[in-house]
Every structure is written in C-alpha cells, then in structure tokens.
Design a protein around this ligand. Structure first.
Ligand code: NAD
Ligand code: ZN
Length: 354
C-alpha cells in the first residue's frame, strides 16, 4: 500500500504576514458570537502581539508555559480551562503562536475539543475519530517542522508519544520571519539543528520516496544558505517547513531515538538533546556531523558535555530501553535486522560518550 499523504492546506509566507491573521479569520468570525482560542508562547506575554493577531475581547487568550515540553496533564488542564469558558459552544478556530511546544499543544487542543476523553487516549497513530477545530499555526521559532506535520508530541506518565492523525495537521500556517527576531542564538541553533537532523535522518533512511527526498534536500540547501549566506530568516522558516514535510512522510533515524532517552530520563528538551547526540554519530552520519560541528563553531553555540558521568546504571538502562522502543526509526536507519546491529551495548557505548 502506498501512503495517502496529507499536507497543510494553506500557507502564507512573508515578513510581517502575521498581521494578516485577522483577514484569514474573517470567514470564521461570521458565526454568532464567534470565539477564537489563542495559544501563545509565554515569551510574548511581555510583547504586544495581541493587536497584531486581531484578538477580540471575547476570544480566549492563553499564554502557554513552554518551560517544559508538553505533558498530557498540562494539555488536559488547558483543555478543561477552555471547556469551562466555552460551555457547550465550540470555538471557530484555534491559533497556536510559538515553537514546537505551543504549536503541538494547539494541535492537540483542536482535536480534543471535538473528541471525547483526554490527551493520553490519543497518543498513537490514527486514533482520532473526528476532525478537530479549524487550526492555524504561527511559528515563532523554526526547525521542528511541527507546522507541517501530523504530530502533536506529548509525554504522559508512561510514554513520550504524539497524537499522529490527519486531523492534527494545521489547516493554515502563517510564516512571518519577523517573529523569529527575538530568539536567542543558542535556542535558534538547537531548534534549527532539529531540522538539519530531520533532513539527514530521512535522506539516510530506507523509508524515503522521491517527494520526501526533494523536501529534505531542499530543506538542507536552505539551511546551508541560512547559516553560510546572510542568515535570511525566510530560509530558516521554509527549511523547517520542508524538513517537517520530509520527515512526516519518511521517518527519523538513529539520533532521535537516542535523544528521546535523554529527554525522558534527564529532561533535556528535544532540540538540545538531539544536538548532544548528533555530535557523537560520526560513524553513521560522517560528513553531516562535520558540517554540524562547523555550524556550531561558526555560531559559537554551546552544547552540554559530560552529562552522563552522574547517570546511575538504572537510569542508563531506562535510556537504552527508551531508545530501543523506536522500531520504525531504527528499521529506517539499519533495516529489518536492526536489533543485530544496534545492540543495547552499542547504545550504552554511544551514551557514554555524551
Ligand atoms: P519550544 O517551543 O519548546 O520553545 C523553546 C524556547 O524558545 C521557549 O523558552 C520559548 O519561550 C522560546 N521562544 C519561542 N519563540 C521565541 C521567540 N520568537 N523569541 C524568543 N524566545 C522564543 O521550542 P521548539 O524547539 O520549537 O519545540 C520543541 C518541541 O517541539 C518539543 O516538545 C518537541 O518534542 C516538539 N517537536 C514536534 C515535532 C512535530 O512534528 N510536531 C517535531 C519535532 C519536535
Ligand atoms: Zn526532531
């Protein structure tokens, strides 16, 4: 069977384009007493971004605490908050303004408002039964590709696994590079390199097809142009979007499974965890690792080192288990017989270098 692939339906790209959000919402606001739910990264609490986004005083505006990456409990709390205000109404749109954390939460709230139950009930593939609320993604930091993907990543008490559904794809995205201006260099590097790693892992994997290859290759070209030729933020935004399209329809490889172990046991955020891991994967991704290190040095970005020295044997075992749960990515990277190549000892050896 060939996959039936879904992409975002509409996009707007351009400096300052987030001020067009109001016009995108005009049709939706024709409803009687329309309510739009805005989920905005807490960084913007001190910026007057609301005027630009055309919020009205009947909308629900929530500043998302992105200190931690999304936990199901937090998503359920935000869902209850919205439901309490909405009563038996549904909003006409959900708008997620932020990085991967906020956009993923917006995607999750969109489907949870129209499907019964809690966030953890939908962790997995194609478990969502009904379409969500019309949703708009406005990235303010680029690299995760959440704006393009079917995934809303979240961690429950027992697992880090996203909602993966055609219903969790944004209906509209607005890529306004003005919003990236305030991202600190280290954070920009960690999130941008998530995109670099998505591209490399999909290109080097066996699950790729011609469309994903085209997306991944172009995404890498744009990233290289961004880092080596003037740092035009439009290049980074589109690289992120294309990288998301590439990985959504192929798969990740060796770096992501190892990075999930670091996130689950040591609480490292996704981008930085990927960077900690990727530097140690030269035997698999050779020239790409050299390129990664050159970009890191050019920017003077800092990646934590020596993080394993205080890890207990029990923690190490949990990280190894978390890595080896990722059957699809590891099959993508090594083939069906991945277990014979990527053994628990090999995983421990790689972790020990970090
Ligand atoms: P993030 O959303 O966690 O934000 C990182 C930090 O950047 C936060 O402190 C935030 O306040 C700050 N920030 C955001 N925009 C800013 C701006 N314009 N100026 C200044 N600071 C700003 O970071 P991220 O790397 O974009 O997202 C990581 C999350 O994305 C993880 O939860 C990861 O699992 C998820 N993810 C999702 C997908 C997907 O397909 N859905 C893919 C990869 C990663
Ligand atoms: Zn990633």
């Amino acid at each position: 069977m060939y996959k039936n692939c879904k992409n975002v339906q509409y996009y707007i790209l351009g400096k300052g384009s987030s001020s067009q959000l109001g016009s995108v919402l005009v049709d939706k606001r024709q409803d009687d007493e329309p309510i739009v739910v805005f989920l905005i990264d807490h960084f913007f609490e001190t910026y007057n971004i609301i005027d630009k986004l055309s919020c009205t005083n009947t909308d629900i505006v929530i500043y998302v605490n992105s200190t931690n990456e999304p936990y199901t409990d937090y998503i359920n709390e935000l869902l209850d908050y919205c439901k309490n205000i909405l009563g038996n109404k549904l909003p006409v749109a959900i708008v997620g303004v932020g990085g991967g954390t906020t956009m993923d939460i917006a995607k999750a709230i969109s489907v949870l408002l129209t499907n019964d139950g809690k966030a953890e009930d939908y962790q997995g593939w194609d478990l969502v039964k009904r379409p969500g609320i019309f949703k708009i993604g406005v990235p303010t930091i680029s690299g995760t590709g959440s704006e393009a993907s079917r995934t809303a990543v979240m961690t429950s008490k027992i697992k880090k696994l996203g909602i993966n559904s055609d219903y969790s794809v944004f209906d509209q995205i607005i890529m306004d590079s003005d919003l990236l201006k305030t991202v600190p260099v280290d954070q920009m590097f960690y999130t941008a390199m998530d995109c670099f790693i998505h591209d490399v892992e999909s290109l080097r994997g066996s699950m790729i097809d011609t469309i994903s290859r085209a997306y991944a290759e172009k995404s890498l070209d744009l990233l290289r142009n961004y880092f080596h030729n003037g740092m035009n933020p439009d290049d980074l935004m589109v690289a992120s979007y294309f990288g998301g399209c590439a990985v959504a329809n192929s798969n990740v490889g060796i770096c992501h499974p190892l990075s999930y172990g670091l996130s689950l046991v040591l609480d490292y955020h996704h981008g930085i965890a990927n960077c900690i891991v990727f530097q140690q994967l030269e035997e698999y991704y050779g020239e790409y690792v050299k390129e990664f290190v050159a970009i890191k040095e050019k920017l003077g970005a800092k990646i934590p080192a020596g993080i394993i020295k205080d890890v207990t044997p029990e923690q190490m075992d949990r990280m190894v288990d978390a890595t080896l749960l990722n059957e699809k990515p590891l099959t993508n990277a090594f083939g069906e017989k991945w277990r014979e190549i990527f053994t628990p000892d090999k995983v421990k050896e790689l972790y020990s270098k970090m």
